[in-house]
Design a protein around this ligand. Structure first.
Ligand SMILES: [Zn+2]
Length: 225
């Protein structure tokens, strides 16, 4: 089985080189390869991303509880992501999240993907100000939502994330979305699901960018049989 699929892959590569296959076939092959890559255990090297695993990944099937992704901002200083991630790795269920992003775009994966850190405020927002909260109210909570924290909006909470952080976010998302099969409409800014700080909109830029990216997981699996 394994040998045969390798042969198929080599033939496909030769046909592609020869220009014998339409471009769509090569895109599908690429997407299928990425889906496979995104489900690896250990410490997968995500292309174009600097990522440090403080805890290796396991089997994503053991982390099927992740149905949503929530973007947070720490209201803490630049340079604090690594130490916050380390604290989280030592006490996975403390107030915090699974993934922390430094202002230079470095990503720290802090805990086992099966651990459930304490984040969010119970999805208490119900005014439909940003999204349809009937789909989030008391629904998008820590037990089913993977949290990603961005540091650096201190002392001014309204300071936006850096372009390196935004780039890291948009590079990381397809990996997370593919790994846990999370569609773009299940990615939220913290401010969209909880009543938050009135001085700024926590995670909003990140949420909007994620929706705009519109990555659709599982497409490869659906089209390549
Ligand atoms: Zn938050």
């Amino acid at each position: 089985m394994h040998g045969r699929s390798n042969v198929a892959r080599i033939i496909m590569a030769l046909l592609l080189v020869a220009g014998a296959l339409p471009q769509q076939a090569s895109a599908q092959q690429g997407a299928a390869g990425y889906a496979e890559f995104a489900r690896q255990s250990g410490e997968p090297r995500i292309p174009n991303l600097t990522i440090e695993y403080l805890h290796p990944l396991g089997n994503p099937d053991d982390a099927r509880h992740w149905k949503h992704i929530i973007a947070h901002q720490t209201e803490g200083p630049a340079g604090s992501a690594r130490s916050l991630a380390l604290q989280q790795s030592k006490t996975p269920t403390k107030r915090g999240v699974t993934i922390w992003v430094e202002t230079d775009g470095t990503v720290f994966w802090s805990t086992a993907e099966t651990a459930i850190p304490t984040h969010g405020d119970g999805a208490n927002r119900n005014d439909n100000k940003y999204v349809d909260n009937s789909k989030t109210y008391h629904i998008v909570v820590r037990t089913n939502s993977l949290g990603v924290e961005f540091v650096g909006n201190f002392p001014d909470v309204s300071r936006p994330v850096t372009s390196a952080q935004m780039q890291a976010w948009l590079t990381l998302l397809p990996f997370l979305q593919e790994r846990y099969r999370i569609p773009s409409e299940h990615i939220y800014a913290h401010n969209w699901i909880d009543f938050k700080d009135h001085r700024y909109c926590e995670g909003c830029e990140l949420g909007l960018a994620a929706r705009k990216l519109g990555y659709a997981p599982g497409r490869a699996a659906d089209t390549v049989r």
